[in-house]
Design a protein around this ligand. Structure first.
Ligand code: NAD
Ligand code: DEZ
Length: 373
């Protein structure tokens, strides 16, 4: 069986190499010719799987995306052609939670804020948004949840977008949608951007098109710029370069790029594909992962935001990602290059943190660290 996979997908050879003829290539460059005779196509979010790509894909039986977002896949077309489709919901939600936590602590350091005195609005309370909300609760923040679809099912506990937009920090975790009752394309449009006040912080770790980047640039060039954390950009891999110097943190769509998150993405497709072919599956992704560089730490003393910042940076230094982005900005192909060469990043849960004080221990676990190894 011929299997073609994106080269940025770890563990493809390990999981599929014994029963498929595996070829890998750059996800943005897959051509219709390459799909001739291919039965299984495994992509990440940068491959547009549409009519144009599938013109010569006569043998294609299975398409999988090792990502949460599916906006790059024409799922109707796949259904029409009887091609099984699988994605990896939730695979990198923990990594996104880690990313936003690291961003919050860096924002707080920059602004001299105590996060427990601040309000955060989570817009989109699914897999990734819930991770962010949990960590913000553990930080002692007031958390506003905004999700009109979830609010329909359980009307208490959610706020309207207008109220969410009054929070000190607003973090976006919605899929990109252009239709329906609550489309997210340019959810943050010129009008909304204009209403925000200069002390507010915006975080986008979902899809670039949720924010109107040109309108944002205009706002940032004015008298009261916002504090911005941008992992995703309109028109990736292009970036509106002048906007970068008006961001506090800028990264190349790597919020979900923990080793665990990527491995879970490939593993979800392995399970779906093996099941389709009636084969036995390994049931845990853990056995694929190497031992993390630091596995265990004991904390003395009280919990404070500074301790939290130091512990998070031990595992994930978001400022290093930001520095690499700014250093490479403008070089040809820099965005994809940074993603391809992304260093191995582990999740906070790979570190077991112990403290003799139960409240410190509980807080650190709420932030995503493990208890015992
Ligand atoms: N930057 C990254 O590396 C990265 C990683 C993972 C996911 N993502 C993106 O983040 C998106 C969200 O991921 P997820 O796993 O949380 O998805 P999810 O489907 O679990 O949750 C999305 C939530 O958004 C809500 N929603 C939809 N439209 C809304 C609107 N107009 N206002 C408020 N809420 C709305 C939905 O009801 C749902 O609860 C993905 O679709 C993907 O595009 C990015
Ligand atoms: O939707 C997702 O899961 C994320 O956006 C994912 O992390 C993107 O990774 P990529 O497909 O760009 O490698």
């Amino acid at each position: 069986m011929k299997l073609l996979a994106d080269e940025n997908m770890p563990y493809v050879q390990t999981l599929f190499g014994d029963w498929a003829e595996v070829t890998t290539c750059a996800g943005r460059d897959i051509t219709p010719e390459q799909l001739k005779g291919v039965e299984v196509l495994l992509v990440r979010s940068i491959t547009q799987v549409n009519e144009a790509l599938l013109t010569k894909a006569d043998s294609l039986r299975f398409v999988g995306t090792a990502t949460i977002g599916c906006d790059h896949i024409d799922t109707e077309l796949l259904a029409q052609r009887n091609i099984t489709f699988a994605s990896a919901p939730g695979c990198n939600k923990v990594a996104v939670g880690d990313y936003v936590l690291a961003a919050l602590l860096t924002v707080a350091e920059h602004k001299g804020w105590l996060l427990k005195e601040k309000t955060i609005a989570v817009v989109g309370v699914g897999n990734t948004g819930s991770q962010v909300a949990e960590r913000a609760h553990a930080l002692g923040m007031e958390v506003l949840l905004c999700d009109p679809f979830k609010a329909q099912q359980s009307p208490t506990g959610f706020v309207e977008l207008a109220q969410a937009l009054t929070a000190d920090i607003i973090s976006f975790h919605v899929p990109i949608t252009r239709d329906g009752a609550h489309p997210t394309w340019h959810l943050l449009d010129e009008e909304v951007i204009h209403q925000l006040h200069g002390d507010q912080v915006l975080i986008n770790a979902c899809r670039g098109e949720v924010w109107d980047n040109n309108a944002l640039l205009l706002r940032q060039q004015g008298a009261n710029p916002l504090t911005l954390v941008m992992d995703v950009w309109e028109h990736e891999p292009e970036v509106l370069a002048p906007l970068v110097k008006h961001t506090l943190l800028a990264t190349p769509h790597i919020a979900g790029y923990s080793l665990e998150g990527k491995a879970r993405g490939t593993f979800a497709l392995y399970q779906a594909l093996k099941t389709q072919y009636g084969q036995e599956v390994m049931n845990s992704v853990e056995q694929l992962l190497p031992t993390p560089p630091i596995t265990h730490i004991t904390c003395a003393g009280e919990y404070d935001q500074d301790l939290c910042t130091r512990l998070v940076r031990l595992i994930y230094d978001i400022k290093a990602d930001d520095r690499a982005f700014r250093a490479a900005l403008g070089q040809h192909g820099f965005f994809d290059q940074l993603r391809k060469q992304y260093p191995q990043r582990r999740e906070l849960g790979s570190l077991a943190v112990e403290s003799t004080q139960i409240d410190v221990q509980n807080t650190l676990h709420g932030l995503g660290f493990s208890a015992q190894r």
